[in-house]
Design a protein around this ligand. Structure first.
Ligand code: C5P
Length: 397
């Protein structure tokens, strides 16, 4: 489904305290006129710029300002957070941006932003000095890495007669960003997706294991982005990172991962886990003692989970990941040998790329071995790009 219209969609408008709040009244009206259901959550400061009655009159629903003024709900922020298909914050002040970036829940708006799994579009508005401040720019980087979308700010007239960067973009542009986000947001609606993530741990004894440096961030991001875009996601992972919107199956070893994967039927499988190739053949039941001297650990191969998925009678579309330390050639060879539809190569030794980072520098390798190198980007952007590719392949089928 790639319906770009806002008609019939549930949109929560967050309004924080800036003079641009007057434009948000028009934004609410535009969205309502286009057929969207609009609710409003405001900060206390925002009410100094526009009264709640104005929004109530435009949307037909009283805005939420405090977590404590709705007698019908014991948890207004989570109720409100679960309602929308998309949240737009306009204007998003420096304070609101940094609260969300740092996970601070201080009022109805920031609590709702933290509790929602809906995509969030932010329209910043502030003075140029505040926008340019390194603290704000740090927040912006974090927000982009977390997968939130920013629209603007523009250059132009600011409060108090100043002119510069920091002016909120016009409501028409915000509506366009909302439409874009909604379109991308639902192109995987109803698709059954399996994602594996994290590094496996292979027991040596009840205490020690053979492991690797994978944090699971890339796989969790791939899973979360798919869920946001409407897929039904089962995430088989060794990592405890969050995965909002996904059904999570926690495992530890390659064997456990293989078993969990075999129980999942899917149309798309993204194998982002760093699975050990070998495990100790005879893990000790008791903790090995130093006094017994260095143990002789005999290794045996682990199951190749990806190959077992490719070999299914009715195989899904399969995406593999190849974390390498050399050039892309080995990954190209692997893509062909493993018969994946798409391989994502990343050089784990490149700066800002690979284990534990929020960014990744990848090369997309197609089934025929064709390579498409990408710039260094956030793991969220890599995931968005991956799913856009997968969506094209699904549509072509
Ligand atoms: O570790 P390697 O680079 O060979 O992994 C390539 C791909 O195969 C990855 O997508 C990984 O998740 C998958 N794999 C697997 N089972 C294994 C080894 C790798 O599913 N035992």
């Amino acid at each position: 489904m790639t319906d770009t219209s806002v008609s019939g969609r549930r949109i929560l408008l967050g309004v924080s305290g800036g003079v641009a709040a007057y434009k948000s009244v028009y934004l609410a009206r535009r969205l309502g006129d286009a057929g969207a259901e609009v609710r409003v959550v405001m900060t206390e400061t925002a009410t100094q710029f526009v009264g709640t009655q104005t929004f109530a009159a435009v949307t037909g629903v009283e805005p939420v300002v405090s977590l404590f003024d709705d007698a019908r709900s014991v948890s207004p922020h989570t109720d409100l957070a679960r309602w929308p298909e998309l949240v737009v914050v306009a204007p998003a002040t420096a304070a609101t941006l940094s609260r969300l970036a740092h996970g601070l829940s201080e009022d109805a708006l920031s609590a709702t932003l933290l509790a929602t799994t809906a995509p969030i579009v932010l329209a910043p508005a502030m003075h140029t000095e505040m926008w340019d401040h390194p603290a704000t720019q740090r927040s912006v980087s974090l927000l982009v890495a977390d997968g939130h979308e920013l629209v603007g700010p523009d250059e132009g007239h600011l409060a108090g007669g100043d002119v510069g960067a920091g002016r909120m973009v016009e409501p028409e542009q915000i509506v366009a960003a909302i439409e874009q986000s909604l379109a991308a947001g639902f192109d995987l609606a109803g698709v059954d997706v399996l994602v594996t993530a994290g590094g496996t741990r292979e027991a040596i004894d009840p205490v020690r294991y053979l492991g690797n440096r994978s944090s699971g961030k890339m796989g969790h991001t791939v899973a979360t982005v798919a869920a946001r875009r409407g897929a039904n996601v089962t995430l088989v992972t060794t990592s405890s990172l969050p995965a909002p919107g996904c059904e999570v199956v926690k495992v530890e070893s390659a064997q456990e991962m293989a078993k969990a994967v075999s129980a999942v039927s899917c149309e798309v499988a993204v194998m982002a886990a760093a699975v050990a190739d070998f495990r100790p053949a005879n893990a000790s039941d008791d903790k090995l003692a130093r006094t017994e001297g260095p143990p002789k650990i005999v290794l045996e191969p682990t199951p190749d989970i990806l190959s077992s998925v490719v070999a299914r009678e009715d195989p899904p579309l399969v995406v593999g990941f190849a974390a390498e330390t050399g050039g892309v050639e080995r990954a190209v060879e692997k893509a062909k040998r493993k018969k994946v539809d798409l391989m994502v190569y990343n050089d784990v030794t490149a700066a800002g790329s690979g284990f534990g980072t929020d960014t990744n520098q990848v090369v997309f390798i197609d089934a025929d071995g064709g390579t498409r190198p990408q710039e260094l980007m956030s793991k969220t952007e890599v995931a968005q790009m991956l799913w856009t590719d997968v969506h094209h392949m699904l549509v072509q089928d």
